[in-house]
Design a binder for this molecule. Structure first.
Ligand SMILES: Nc1ncnc2c1ncn2[C@@H]1O[C@H](COP(=O)(O)OP(=O)(O)OP(=O)(O)O)[C@@H](O)[C@H]1O
Length: 259
């Protein structure tokens, strides 16, 4: 299968914590899967394990395949090539993927050069401008010259998304990418993910506890509790008529549900 296919994933930490237990999910090119659930349910552990970064001492079982490549079988060198090149990562805090001491343009150029996407000053500058445009940045020249702290939160997150998509990845993993943003900007960033899916065929695995975000992204949702998926299906159906008591409780506890 193309896209991401996770089968019977288990992650156990030293001390016996079973953070993930028998999780299976799939995201096809251009599709989205939103992992929902309360804090500590294992969402981030699934995302980090897909990135090949489950954490020190983690014991991983099961399979993570990206377009047929078994990622759990790769060594660290091969995995670090897959990360960045075939999988882009968008963290909650964009400053985590941006260097505070370098302007945005040179940072992006460095990623493009390292992965041999573009070479030479002119080609790199053009590729950077194109990439910032793809990330929905209206004035790419200004943003390319700016340091991360000179940008608004929304523009910073767009710059971090530009880093994530610089190498044309098949999959983007985003962990709470809009939690730190205000409601208007949050919606626009979620719409950018929709555009990237439609125009670049990127598969999106998005972790959030924000039900409104899950509704806006559309696609499929998988609801996690204590390391397991308790319910999965189209966001519209699962969130409007939950089939599991835990999903129903999650929806009932959501302040946005009563607006
Ligand atoms: N590196 C680690 N070592 C030990 N335990 C860990 C590690 N990472 C996560 N855990 C444990 O695994 C469980 C799942 O955590 P995880 O962060 O995946 O949940 P989450 O659903 O993403 O929560 P949140 O929304 O708060 O980030 C928790 O009990 C957590 O304490």
């Amino acid at each position: 299968m193309s896209g991401l296919e996770v089968t019977d994933l288990g992650v156990r930490y030293p001390g016996g914590v079973r953070a993930v237990d028998g999780v299976s999910l799939a995201v096809e090119p251009g599709a989205a899967l939103v992992l929902l659930g309360e804090s500590g349910s294992g969402k981030t552990t699934v995302a980090r394990t897909v990135l090949g970064l489950p954490g020190r001492g983690a014991e991983v079982t099961g399979s993570v395949r990206l377009a047929g490549t078994e990622l759990t079988a790769l060594d660290e060198r091969a995995l670090s090539r897959v990360r960045g090149r075939r999988i882009g990562y968008v963290p909650q805090d964009p400053t985590a993927s941006l260097d505070p001491l370098r302007r945005i343009g040179p940072q992006l150029a460095e990623v493009l050069r390292r992965h041999r996407i573009a070479e030479g000053r002119r080609a790199l500058a053009a590729a950077v401008a194109r990439l910032l445009g793809t990330a929905g940045i209206p004035d790419p020249d200004r943003v390319a010259r700016a340091y991360p702290h000179e940008l608004s939160g929304g523009l910073r997150q767009r710059a971090a998304i530009a880093v994530a998509i610089a190498c044309g990845p098949e999959l983007v993993v985003a962990d709470e990418p809009t939690t730190a943003l205000d409601a208007l900007v949050r919606g626009r960033i979620l719409d950018l993910f929709a555009t990237l899916r439609a125009e670049c065929g990127i598969a999106l695995l998005l972790v959030t506890h924000d039900l409104a975000a899950a509704r806006r992204v559309g696609g499929e949702v998988a609801v996690m509790r204590a390391g397991r998926i308790v319910e999965a299906g189209p966001a519209e159906r699962v969130l409007s008529s939950p089939g599991h008591a835990f999903t129903a409780a999650l929806v009932a506890a959501d302040p946005g549900a009563h607006r």
